[in-house]
Design a protein around this ligand. Structure first.
Ligand SMILES: [Zn+2]
Ligand SMILES: [Zn+2]
Length: 241
């Protein structure tokens, strides 16, 4: 009966590859065709154990990168599932800006059993990077919250009520370096700091670009009493290392 219903569903609601939009076979586990699946760039070692920078050209073990050695971050470690490259870049773009949330179950499957997640164990709270209410109204959803729920289904540690964006900011993509930090100055606030005291926080966001946003969130969370902040993002920008 279950198999019959699945076959009927496939007939009524055929699935398409999230990246190239080719039709997929019946009841696929992941909404990616074999070609696109083969092109996804999973993040693997060697990487920087702190910021998660990927050493694409290097061999050997993990080692701290220059920027992390020069100026430690407010978070202890940041990990991501994929490099922010095609075809994932396009899928994230459709998710974030066109509201195509069909990708979420596939993201959840990718995250399952991933070594990166094992490195981020022991969080007391899982906190999505917040959007300002104005941006939330425009977009209709916070992509970081949807990702946190996909990565940690039915997990009561996921909370969007501890950290808020109290000041609207321009998109970080409009700025470089120091201007990114200035743009985020006083942008985040902690609600109910007593719930954070001595707690280990896992911040979740869609893309780690320069890390300025998650670093500012981590600074605010730690200032409010969090003992440690870790970061998980779906994707990470590749730097030329
Ligand atoms: Zn495809
Ligand atoms: Zn680093």
């Amino acid at each position: 009966m279950k198999r019959f219903l699945k076959a009927l569903l496939d007939l009524l609601l055929p699935s398409f590859c999230l990246a190239c939009e080719k039709p997929l076979g019946p009841t696929p586990d992941l909404l990616f065709c074999p070609d696109c699946l083969g092109m996804l760039h999973y993040i693997t070692s060697p990487l920087c154990p702190c910021c998660g920078r990927v050493y694409c050209k290097a061999t050997g073990g993990d080692h701290h990168c220059g920027p992390c050695l020069a100026k430690p971050n407010h978070f202890t470690r940041a990990r991501a599932l994929f490099l922010y490259e095609e075809p994932m870049k396009e899928v994230i773009h459709r998710f974030k800006y066109q509201g195509k949330t069909a990708c979420l179950p596939s993201f959840a499957r990718f995250a399952h059993n991933l070594p990166q997640l094992a490195e981020l164990e022991g969080a007391d709270w899982i906190v999505p990077v917040p959007l300002h209410p104005k941006r939330l109204r425009e977009r209709g959803f916070n992509q970081a919250l949807l990702l946190a729920r996909a990565f940690f289904p039915k997990d009561s540690r996921v909370t969007a009520s501890l950290l808020i964006r109290s000041r609207p900011t321009e998109p970080q993509t409009s700025f470089n370096g120091g201007a990114r930090r200035t743009n985020l100055k006083n942008a985040f606030d902690v609600v109910k700091p007593h719930r954070l005291a001595g707690k280990k926080i896992l911040l979740v966001d869609d893309v780690f670009t320069t890390g300025t946003t998650v670093n500012e969130c981590a600074r605010v969370l730690k200032k409010a009493g969090a003992s440690e902040v870790m970061v998980l993002t779906l994707a990470r920008v590749k730097e030329d290392y």
